[in-house]
Write a protein that binds this ligand. Structure first.
Ligand SMILES: NC(=O)c1ccc[n+]([C@@H]2O[C@H](COP(=O)([O-])OP(=O)(O)OC[C@H]3O[C@@H](n4cnc5c(N)ncnc54)[C@H](OP(=O)(O)O)[C@@H]3O)[C@@H](O)[C@H]2O)c1
Length: 264
């Protein structure tokens, strides 16, 4: 495939042809486009490619009604997620997930690469002993409103956590900031509140839904995506290019939001 970046697009091919080397373009093009989908999206839209990953029970719950969620899927599925993280440049969660789950958001040694760990919070209401503040494991950046919480802020800064303060924080600001850092693929591992904001603002292109054959029930048990303001089925967001695979007892469905143009 031709590099979609206009600064280089086709120039190497031209040089090779001028040197008398035969070049075939478009070989296994579908696979090339898929392999490079994050880079292509970044070049085209000047924003990283957003992937929303969640694990839910067969009745569509991402945690019990007490907020307990570890673990929904099995060991091999979680190992798959560690590999997925290793293919991403950053992973984003909201403050509530940090407080509830105390996640590490690392690749747990499957590769030496760990994505940048990103937290969005309005409150900065955090204990100091969370895994995410151990920057020896991986770097962490917090995006937050301008903070009155000076004590927590200075304690987190002392631990080496980066803090970006902004008056009106939202998913697009964060994704633009990550684009400026040169990042291609961003994995949203947040709960339903932040996920709905990221979806409506167009910051998620692809879904990885892990479904475990478990039922927990409960009206108040959270689901992957909060209110999107959709009242009728004909307003439902459509996904395409779906793929399903089984990982032990769990299933993974991959899908893309419709109307996403990946080709140049
Ligand atoms: N099964 C799964 O795949 C999975 C994945 C993730 C989470 N969970 C579960 O989901 C539950 C948490 O759900 P949640 O929806 O509250 O998730 P979340 O990922 O914590 O997102 C909500 C939090 O994000 C921050 N936030 C939201 N909008 C923001 C904005 N515009 N600017 C800055 N910060 C913003 C707020 O943090 P502050 O309150 O700090 O201001 C808010 O409480 C937990 O029970 C967790 O276990 C499950």
């Amino acid at each position: 495939m031709i590099d979609p970046d206009s600064r280089v697009s086709g120039s190497s091919i031209k040089k090779l042809l001028e040197a008398g080397i035969d070049v075939k373009v478009g070989v296994e093009e579908e696979d090339c486009l898929k392999l490079n989908e994050a880079f292509i999206h970044r070049v085209k839209f000047q924003r990283p490619f957003g992937i929303f990953k969640y694990a839910m029970t067969l009745d569509g719950k991402i945690a019990t009604n007490t907020g307990h969620s570890q673990w929904i899927t099995g060991t091999n599925t979680r190992n798959f997620v560690h590999h997925l993280r290793s293919s991403c440049d950053a992973v984003i969660v909201g403050g509530n997930t940090v407080r509830r789950d105390n996640p590490q958001l690392t690749t747990h040694g499957v590769t030496t690469h760990n994505p940048l760990r990103v937290v969005m919070t309005k409150t900065l209401d955090f204990a100091l002993n969370y895994h995410l503040w151990d920057i020896n494991q991986a770097k962490t950046v917090i995006f937050t409103h301008s903070q009155p919480n000076a004590t927590t802020k200075s304690q987190l800064l002392d631990k080496g956590v980066e803090i970006v303060e902004i008056e009106d924080i939202n998913p697009t600001f964060v994704m633009n900031n990550l684009h400026q850092r040169g990042l291609n693929a961003v994995l949203w591992e947040c709960g339903g509140n932040l996920a709905s904001q990221a979806i409506v603002s167009g910051n998620i292109q692809k879904i990885y839904a892990f479904i475990a054959p478990k039922i927990i029930g409960g009206k108040n048990a959270p689901t992957p995506i909060d209110d999107l303001g959709i009242n009728a089925m004909n307003e439902a967001l459509l996904l395409n290019n779906t793929k399903i695979q089984q990982i032990d007892h769990d299933f993974l469905i991959e899908a893309y939001f419709e109307n996403l143009e990946l080709r140049m």
